[in-house]
Design a protein around this ligand. Structure first.
Ligand SMILES: Nc1ncnc2c1ncn2[C@@H]1O[C@H](COP(=O)(O)OP(=O)(O)OP(=O)(O)O)[C@@H](O)[C@H]1O
Ligand SMILES: [Mg+2]
Length: 385
């Protein structure tokens, strides 16, 4: 079968509209490059106005959908880079406007949610420790505690200050000793007061945490998600379509089906699962005896089932819990302890697998059926929760 020409690909791309600027990406000069390979693979690089562009996944889906409809195309890869200042100035002139939309979190390069199917598996502990470990590797990190009922990030990262508001009426996230910027409902309610949120209020609160908090430039924003697949996960997918999630599971094989539900949910709402973290894995005594209190192998099973990497296994560790309780993450206080080492290794894997500098190319083989949910068009049609 003959290959499509660059002109034909471009023609298709005129159907990809920037929802904020309301014009197509060819007209806007946002198509950086088109590569047509002999085997029918087409790679398109789209230039965005800001690196943390919240509509990145919209472009990705739309480009794949349009280009894959051409005859002879076997796969579509979509990469992104950012317009230079000069190009942005040119674009503003084309549009006849002085300011390009920034979008929430415009200066945040990666958003990663830490999720699980059931509660108490160590999401918050791992979020706090991974944030501190990634920061210690030299990257700027923020943590948003999305668990508005069972918030635990202030305690685990040892922050007991209330946030201040700056001159632009943005909320300044309190910074932990580790350098991690934090935001949590815990800063806004009195000690141990029960907070009752209905869906719509919850969505609003999370939206405010994203839009009214001066997060500034961050390499990573980690989201400590509440357990399960409810309202918060839906809201996050809606507010942050570019986010990825890491799923925490315990090692017993039976836990896997529960954890798999959060993956199903992610697929439904178009969020990419970046990998699995197994927590509370084997406990080794000082004499070298290992006890697998919560069973073995569940993390690997789930990773295999979802065809995503196992990012690591964090052992059961009394020190990890103690340090979380006192607000001093083990991963930076005792990075050489077994749990500390495991967490630092996971942090490094996360760093290695996420782009901090654009461009990035995400290859997508449109013929692979298991990718279908990720390309679903429902992502931005979720009911408001
Ligand atoms: N690897 C581990 N070894 C020992 N204790 C752990 C480990 N991971 C977590 N814990 C402890 O287990 C308890 C639950 O952990 P955590 O609060 O992080 O779970 P969670 O998944 O965030 O819970 P929730 O679903 O309620 O938000 C805490 O007391 C924590 O210190
Ligand atoms: Mg938690």
């Amino acid at each position: 079968m003959s290959l499509p020409t660059e002109e034909q690909v471009k023609e298709k791309l005129t159907a990809v509209i920037d929802p904020e600027l309301r014009r197509n990406i060819v007209e806007l000069g946002m198509v950086r490059s088109i590569e047509i390979k002999e085997d029918g693979q087409i790679n398109v690089t789209v230039s965005l106005t800001t690196p943390g562009c919240p509509i990145r996944s919209h472009f990705q889906d739309a480009v794949v959908q349009q280009v894959s409809s051409l005859d002879g195309v076997t796969g579509v890869g979509v990469g992104f880079d950012v317009l230079s200042d000069e190009e942005k100035a040119g674009l503003m002139q084309t549009l006849g406007r002085g300011k390009l939309p920034q979008g929430a979190l415009a200066q945040v390069k990666n958003v990663i949610g830490i999720a699980s199917g059931k509660g108490g598996v160590g999401k918050s502990t791992l979020t706090a420790n991974l944030a501190a470990a990634i920061q210690a590797e030299g990257h700027s990190v923020g943590v948003l505690d999305c668990d508005v009922y069972g918030y635990s990030i202030p305690r685990m990262l040892g922050v007991d200050r209330k946030p201040e508001v700056n001159a632009e009426r943005k909320i300044l996230p309190p910074v932990a000793e580790s350098g991690v910027a934090t935001m949590s409902m815990g800063y806004f309610v009195n000690d141990n007061a029960a907070v009752v949120w209905r869906g719509a209020m919850l969505h609003k609160a999370l939206q405010q945490f994203l839009e009214d908090v001066a997060w500034g430039e961050l390499d990573y924003l980690l989201l400590d998600l509440p357990p399960g697949t409810g309202d918060v996960a839906m809201s996050m997918a809606q507010l942050l379509p570019q986010a990825k999630i890491a799923i925490v599971t315990t090692p017993q094989p039976a836990a896997q089906s529960v954890a798999a539900r959060s993956a199903e949910m992610s697929a439904k709402v178009d969020v990419e699962v970046m990998g699995i973290i197994e927590n509370m894995a084997g406990f080794t005594t000082p004499t070298g005896e290992t006890f697998s209190i919560f069973g073995e192998g569940g993390g690997q099973l789930l990773a295999d089932e979802l065809e995503v990497p196992l990012l690591g296994n964090v052992p059961l560790s009394e020190e990890l819990r103690e340090h979380a309780d006192t607000g001093n993450p083990l991963a930076i206080e005792e990075p050489d302890s077994p749990a500390g080492q495991a967490i630092v290794a996971i942090a490094r894997k996360i760093i290695a697998s996420t782009p901090r500098e654009l461009p990035m190319i995400q290859s997508m083989d449109t013929s692979a059926p298991e990718l279908a949910p990720k390309l679903g068009k429902n992502a931005r049609e979720l009911p408001l929760v």
